[in-house]
Design a protein around this ligand. Structure first.
Ligand code: ADE
Ligand code: ZN
Length: 340
């Protein structure tokens, strides 16, 4: 069940310079924009109003969420739709003092229903470009392959991304993890690495084979970081591997609370204490209500996060990001000033 965001964001969290690394742009499609795009595209949603739509966001696991998520994004059809989606997120990010974000997008969820790859990429990049010039907020894209589709489709999608390396800086893997292990995409990720893309992958929380998937992602794919990955805590050898390699984990507390049991606050605290480069992110904030500020604020009490911990989380984020050195330095300087 989801509801409107209710978390109160304190002044320290509000003002903190932020870096977001786990956000699906299609997961920022808020009900108001969904209705507006449906109307513009001559589609009728099977709900009378936004409240009824939100009430239908009734899921308590990953497959249940994904059904709602894919259905919701069918209103995205034109370049302008993707522009409006990314522009709305960029405005929200700027309002929350997010300085830099690496933003997931799911091109196969659009090309599979007849929307051209270029339509998606042009809309998203034009919005990010405009936002950067207007506000300084910088967004770059991480292209996710849908793991419940065939590896051949992922490979063809990777080829479509090759002319867009200026914007697409990395590749990831998302969607339904059950029966779709990292090694299914071994060749795709090897090619992506050879083409110069950075690599990440979802290892969603409390999946049937979470620890084995984390092991595969690290040892057999050679990822640069892991999305979620909290279950690494269950296996001391795996945790040691994560720590030794300095692999970041992009965790999403409010999302976790909606698809598994709770925000995983104790686990996030333990990861921080173990010196793992853990970060806090928002995943799909239109569905798991809360952007990055609300996620930090919601986690603060349950994970006993001090101001220093909040700064550490942002330092971790920029350090494991794939931002250009100048962006990284500017961010770290802002963080250092903020703490004083
Ligand atoms: N697609 C969008 N959000 C996702 C998540 N949290 N896990 C897997 N696939 C997703
Ligand atoms: Zn995700």
């Amino acid at each position: 069940m989801t509801a409107e965001p209710t978390t109160t964001v304190d002044d320290f969290v509000a003002g903190l310079p932020k870096c977001e690394l786990h956000l699906h742009i299609e997961g920022t499609l808020e009900p108001g924009l969904k209705f507006a795009l449906a109307q513009r595209n001559g589609m009728e949603l099977p709900y009378p109003d936004e409240a009824a739509l939100r009430a239908a966001y009734d899921f308590d696991d990953l497959p249940g969420f994904l059904t709602v998520y894919y259905e919701g994004m069918t209103v995205l059809r034109t370049e302008q739709d993707f522009y409006d989606l990314a522009a709305a997120y960029a405005a929200k990010a700027h309002a929350q003092n997010v300085r830099y974000a690496e933003i997931f997008f799911d091109p196969q969820a659009h090309t599979a229903r007849g929307v051209a790859f270029d339509t998606v990429i042009r809309g998203l990049t034009r919005a990010l470009d405009d936002a950067e010039r207007a506000t300084g907020f910088q967004g770059r894209l991480v292209m996710c392959f849908l793991r419940d589709f065939q590896a051949e489709f992922a490979m063809a999608t990777l080829v479509q991304a090759l002319p867009h390396k200026e914007w697409i800086i990395g590749v990831g893997l998302d969607s339904d993890e059950a029966g779709n292990p990292p090694v299914k995409f071994r060749a795709v990720f090897a090619r992506a690495r050879a083409e110069g893309f950075r690599l990440t992958m979802h290892c969603d929380v409390d999946q049937k084979n979470s620890t084995e998937h984390i092991r595969q992602a690290i040892e057999e794919i050679g990822v640069d970081r892991i999305d979620h990955g909290v279950n690494a805590l269950e296996d001391p050898a795996l945790l040691a591997l994560v720590r030794e390699r300095g692999l970041g984990l992009t965790v999403c507390p409010i999302s976790n609370a909606h698809v598994t049991d709770g925000m995983k606050a104790a686990e996030i605290r333990a990861l921080l204490d173990a010196g793992v480069k853990v970060t806090v992110n928002s995943d799909d904030p239109a569905y798991f209500p809360g952007y990055v500020a609300e996620n930090l604020a919601a986690l603060r009490g349950p994970a006993a996060l001090t101001d220093e911990d909040l700064v550490t989380l942002q330092r971790n984020a920029i350090e494991i990001s794939w931002a250009a050195p100048a962006v990284r330095e500017r961010f770290l300087a802002a963080l250092a000033t903020y703490r004083d």
